[in-house]
Design a protein around this ligand. Structure first.
Ligand code: FES
Length: 371
């Protein structure tokens, strides 16, 4: 294809039917738009991580990338960030749309400072660090007693005072963060690390959990109540946002939670402890975490007793549960200490380990275009 060539991309009458569409011109993938009968063409590949601009939408004269909503002028290719994608001349001849093979403007990538979370995860020197995550939901200013959170706090206090660990407690309910919007469902590469929402929304506070998990903790001790036979809705909201961590395993062979230890505290008014624990164990196993022997403790009031006021009193007073919580964190810390000391062989699993082979889809193996 010569640079001065004009390429026929189709019938003008047919192409006017859609405001935006992807067309190919030789090897080029273009986003062809049509507003009030006027055609314009820019590259169909977004500067961010390669989203398909030809599948985007129009906002006035701006084309919105369907992946993370960067916008480009549909004719000049200029974005709101100072970036631009190549633009191409368009002309109509005999009701055919012709696009210039040679772009009239070039792709420009301005320097975007990487998000702080994107830095390499290198463990800083120091004692074993235990991150407690409480996923109990409750109204701000109307706190109530939470059995799982109480046991978590007692475990953390033990880790700090007796085991010499650094500890941190995040009550997930204190954070404002958005639901995962399923960027992965658009394309595996659309699910980025750091999370696309974190990158585009500075008010989103999921970054506190990412920072603690990826860059700080050796042990994550996660507490949840049982809600209708499952972990809490807040737990699921949080782990859906961890899809970006798991996805790095599969598409980039990158292990963000390498050799960290996870353990769980599960309490409820109704049973289903093993199913709840199984789901949590599977998810954190998929993230590449290690588990101590007996990786969770649980307490349930059971099927036939719904006297929850007595249950709260029971947990408050129970020395057995307190000892269980302390023993759990001790097992997790001992395992983390081995890992920190290099006594557990560093694993380099392939594609998330469980798949045991590389992905078949070539597009998913392409290196991401960094912003
Ligand atoms: S905004 Fe286009 S790929 Fe992210």
């Amino acid at each position: 294809m010569a640079d001065n060539e004009w390429i026929d991309v189709g019938s003008a009458a047919a192409l006017r039917e859609k405001p935006v569409q992807e067309v190919t011109a030789g090897k080029l993938k273009l986003a062809l738009s049509c507003v009030n009968g006027e055609f314009a063409a820019i590259s169909g590949v977004c500067n961010h991580v390669g989203g398909p601009l030809g599948h985007g939408t129009l906002d006035g004269d701006f084309l919105v990338c369907p992946w993370h909503y960067w916008t480009y002028h549909r004719a000049t290719g200029e974005s709101q960030f100072g970036d631009s994608v190549p633009s191409h001349e368009v002309r109509i001849e005999n009701d055919r749309v012709l696009v210039s093979a040679k772009p009239r403007t070039k792709r420009v990538r301005t320097h975007h400072e990487p998000h702080p979370l994107a830095r390499p995860a290198i463990r800083a020197e120091g004692p074993v660090r235990v991150l407690g995550l409480s996923t109990t939901a409750m109204t701000a200013g109307r706190e109530r007693y939470s059995t799982s959170e109480d046991l978590l706090e007692r475990a953390l206090a033990h880790a700090q005072s007796t085991l010499g660990c650094e500890t941190q407690l995040i009550r997930v309910r204190d954070l404002e963060f958005r639901n995962c919007e399923g960027f992965y469902s658009k394309a595996a590469r659309a699910c980025t690390w750091p999370c696309s929402i974190t990158l585009m929304d500075p008010a989103d506070q999921m970054d506190r959990i990412y920072e603690g998990l990826v860059h700080w903790a050796d042990v994550v001790l996660l507490a949840t109540p049982i809600r209708w036979g499952s972990a809490s809705s807040l737990y699921f909201k949080m782990i859906e946002r961890m899809n970006c961590i798991q996805n790095q395993e599969t598409i980039a062979n990158k292990h963000l939670l390498h050799n960290k230890v996870a353990a769980f505290i599960i309490t409820g008014g109704q049973d289903n402890v093993q199913a709840t624990a199984g789901q949590m164990l599977t998810f954190f196993a998929e993230l590449g975490c290690q588990f101590p022997q007996y990786p969770f403790i649980a307490h349930s009031r059971g099927w036939s007793a719904e006297d929850m006021e007595n249950n709260m009193a029971y947990v408050r007073e129970s020395k057995h549960l307190e000892e269980g919580a302390k023993a759990l964190v001790q097992r997790a810390v001992e395992m983390a200490a081995l890992s920190v000391a290099g006594a557990i062989t560093a694993q380099t699993p392939t594609r998330g380990g469980r798949k045991g082979h590389e992905l078949d889809t070539r597009a998913q193996l392409l290196v991401q275009i960094q912003p």
